[in-house]
Design a protein around this ligand. Structure first.
Ligand SMILES: [Zn+2]
Length: 216
């Protein structure tokens, strides 16, 4: 729970609300901090999964490309581990619901999230770019069509795209994998229109492994 001193004053809340209402095209950017209250541990920092277990390989996408069958087998074997379990039980929290309300009210025009946890969608957010993908979806690397995980048979690995026969991968963007073009285009389009960005649960900075090392 936040310390009393970290809470915004009534005045600050009022000022922020006015700024949002005055904006012509407010958008939101959200990150891992958004979902901690839903029980999803962050990757970095105290209690972070990567802090505890080490970071995943930086060339995850290249490894997938080199041997998709093995990569799929590894992914499926992790279904119940500490990373996946919280994703399967998490529910949207008050923050997710408030942002979805802002969209429903016609105030918030678009959202960019770094989170893969599906919680913004579950809260009802519609105008959404998930720049790191969505763990419930499977994406074709050839035609970029996304399918719900339940819609794809995993009896034969790697699965093939029902639409084009291409290679299917989890929609979650791996290290070394380019952010899908359709998502990037949406981000560019709406960011160009935005005159206000609500930033929640992220420092909005990306640090490379090298800069993190030099910082410690
Ligand atoms: Zn396809």
């Amino acid at each position: 729970m936040a310390e009393q001193s970290e809470r915004a004053s009534d005045e600050e809340v009022r000022e922020t609300a006015e700024m949002i209402l005055d904006a012509r095209y407010p958008i939101a950017l959200t990150g891992a901090g958004m979902s901690v209250e839903s029980g999803i541990p962050p990757f970095r920092g105290p209690g972070g999964l990567w802090t505890k277990y080490g970071e995943p390989p930086m060339n995850g996408f290249q490894r997938f490309r080199a041997d998709p069958k093995k990569a799929w087998e590894e992914r499926l074997s992790k279904r119940n581990d500490e990373l996946f379990k919280p994703l399967t039980v998490a529910k949207p929290n008050a923050g997710h619901l408030a942002l979805a309300d802002l969209e429903r009210l016609g105030v918030l025009r678009f959202m960019i999230t770094q989170n893969i946890d599906d919680l913004h969608r579950q809260a009802g957010q519609k105008a959404l770019a998930e720049i790191h993908g969505n763990w419930t979806l499977i994406r074709c690397l050839d035609c970029t069509t996304r399918f719900h995980g339940d819609a794809i048979s995993l009896e034969k690995l790697p699965p093939e795209c029902p639409r084009c026969g291409g290679l299917l991968k989890s929609d979650t963007v791996s290290f070394g994998e380019p952010i899908p073009g359709d998502v990037l285009n949406m981000c560019a389009e709406h960011s160009a229109l935005a005159d206000l960005v609500i930033v929640a649960g992220t420092s909005a900075t990306v640090s490379s492994r090298r800069s993190r090392r030099s910082a410690t």
